[in-house]
Design a protein around this ligand. Structure first.
Ligand code: GLU
Length: 540
């Protein structure tokens, strides 16, 4: 049973990008808060001075916003339990420590690093090995400790784990009942010699002071939990419910890492995945609605997320499934939303199109690897494009909304990522500079007996006679009829026309594409192809 108004938090350390695993943790916290009518707190754990940066904090906030995970309390929105940056909460940690000192639950330790290292080395060489701090300073009298502090002797503060503490037990919402022997927990440091507080102590103070009721986090923190429970107890704080999330594995069964490719949310954004698809996909790595539903829009997720449906087994990050899901979300978009979301990639298609070398050219067919590389380069669209040209391209998209809206149904059926857009759509902007794919030229235009040049002439004649408003089907029928009269089958007509207009034998629908171009443009493409491939027209 979940009590009323749960408070949960996502507590990233701003030491890098927002990773896939962190994003999933954030999604679960957010969806849980939304489902339960609770509060989602964002806390920045920026206590590592060497690795935490303001820039990384901004990157994480941006990624969370892009995913649509709005927080109720935290940076930029504030809240009653702020500040929401650990570096600004030192006083609260000091206050908690002072209480522990007063109740005798913490003691100063004057053992030097050298002494501790020597003890550790000795213990490790002996049977049984090192079992943590040996408690030398635990037994100092209060007077002696105070005198040494006043004499300015450097010291840390340690938690005094009660000698008779039984096993540390808790019911994890995912893993069930957990029990850890307390006698293997040494008296951990809570405040260092330089006055800074240790990670476990700060997390507990923050969670308690922020009224967090459910700690939902990666199971890499599971080993911290018994230690944190000891701190809750020592401070007299209420222990929250813990839910530890299983790992995310790559397709090879190893923990997801850079070796598997992109691992940060922004990399997926830059490859043209939709935030809605990312959230849906990540939510399902380790959680299920009913064991079978795969498309779970945000509103459903935010009404149905429960901790008891989190899987104990590690989840697998399957990018093929993500691509499929992204395609589903793309097809559900309306054309306006698509143009808006795809604008950078549409602008890139425009840039690539207008930059095509002058005149019709036969260009080598890219290998699969080269195609993947092109898509990778389309990663952060606009990068490397001179600012002015890029602005023009963006303006072109903005100024021609009908064109781009009309293009959407031509490619939405097969599109799985937006970074495919530049390669798929650059042809719209070539004008006469048609880039003829070499393989398509060989297989379609130069195939023995194809009579492609005749077919192109024939189509040119029919299309050039079209006036005013015209209809794709009627134009196609007219070409077909002409072709039939001279013994050319539809395929013999339209495949060459497709290559001449789009540069490739595989393309979005041909006549729909033609319809979106000016007839002069189409004529110029046919003429360019005829001269580049056949060295002139039939009449020469
Ligand atoms: N700051 C920790 C991390 O980024 C999370 C701590 C927690 O969730 O308890 O891994």
């Amino acid at each position: 049973m979940v009590e009323k108004d749960p408070r949960v938090r996502f507590a990233p350390s701003p030491t890098g990008m927002l990773h896939i695993g962190g994003a999933r943790t954030a999604i679960y916290n957010w969806a849980f808060a939304r489902t339960m009518g609770g509060t989602f707190v964002l806390r920045i754990e920026d206590t590592d001075p060497t690795r935490s940066t303001e820039e990384n904090t901004q990157i994480i906030l941006r990624a969370l916003r892009w995913l649509g995970l709005d927080w109720d309390e935290g940076p930029e929105v504030g809240g009653a339990c702020g500040p929401y940056f650990q570096t600004q909460r030192t006083e609260t940690y000091q206050a908690a420590l002072d209480k522990m000192k007063a109740s005798g639950r913490a003691y100063p330790c004057f053992c030097t690093k050298d002494e501790l290292d020597a003890k550790r080395a000795k213990a490790e060489a002996e049977e049984g090995g090192y079992a943590g701090y040996d408690g030398t300073c635990r037994c100092l009298s209060a007077e002696e400790a105070q005198a040494r502090i006043e004499a300015g002797e450097p010291h840390v503060w340690r938690l005094k784990v009660p000698a008779d503490h039984g096993p540390i037990e808790f019911d994890d919402a995912v893993y069930g009942h957990m029990s850890f022997p307390a006698d293997v927990m040494d008296d951990m440091i809570i405040q260092r010699t330089d006055g800074t507080f240790t990670y476990n102590f700060a997390v507990v103070c923050d969670d308690a002071n922020m009224g967090i009721t459910h700690v939902i986090r990666g199971d890499d923190h599971l080993s911290n939990t018994p230690r944190q429970i000891l701190i809750y107890e020592a401070c007299g704080f209420t222990v929250p419910t813990f839910a530890h999330l299983p790992m995310i594995l790559g397709p090879d069964g190893h923990k997801l890492s850079k070796r598997h490719g992109a691992t940060s949310v922004e990399e997926y954004r830059d490859r043209g995945y939709l935030p809605e698809a990312m959230v849906n996909f990540l939510a399902l790595i380790g959680w299920s609605l009913d064991g079978e539903t795969t498309i779970i829009p945000e509103d459903v997720l935010c009404q149905s997320f429960t901790l008891d449906r989190i899987n104990r087994k590690d989840g697998v990050f399957d990018e093929t499934k993500l691509e499929w899901m992204n395609g589903v979300y793309i097809r559900e978009m309306d054309a306006d939303a698509w143009v808006e979301a795809a604008t950078p990639w549409l602008a890139q298609a425009y840039v690539d199109g207008v930059q095509a070398p002058a005149g019709a050219h036969i260009v080598p067919t890219p290998s699969k690897e080269e195609q993947a590389e092109t898509a990778r380069q389309a990663h952060a669209p606009g990068e490397g494009v001179v600012a002015e040209r890029w602005q023009k391209a963006l303006a072109h998209v903005a100024d021609n909304p009908e064109l781009f809206r009309a293009i959407f149904p031509l490619i939405s059926e097969r599109l799985v990522r937006f970074d495919e857009i530049p390669a798929k759509l650059a042809y719209f902007f070539w004008g006469p500079n048609v880039q003829l794919d070499e393989k398509s030229v060989q297989k379609v235009l130069l195939k023995e007996g194809a009579q492609a040049d005749r077919a192109l002439h024939l189509c040119r004649e029919v299309l050039s006679s079209i006036e005013g408003d015209w209809d794709e089907d009627a134009a196609m029928e007219a070409c077909k009829a002409k072709g039939e009269a001279v013994g050319l089958k539809p395929k013999q007509l339209f495949q060459p026309l497709r290559v001449a207009v789009t540069g490739n034998m595989v393309s979005p629908p041909l006549f729909e594409s033609i319809k979106l171009m000016s007839m002069d443009d189409v004529m110029a493409r046919i003429d360019g192809t005829l001269s580049a491939v056949f060295g002139g027209s039939l009449d020469d």
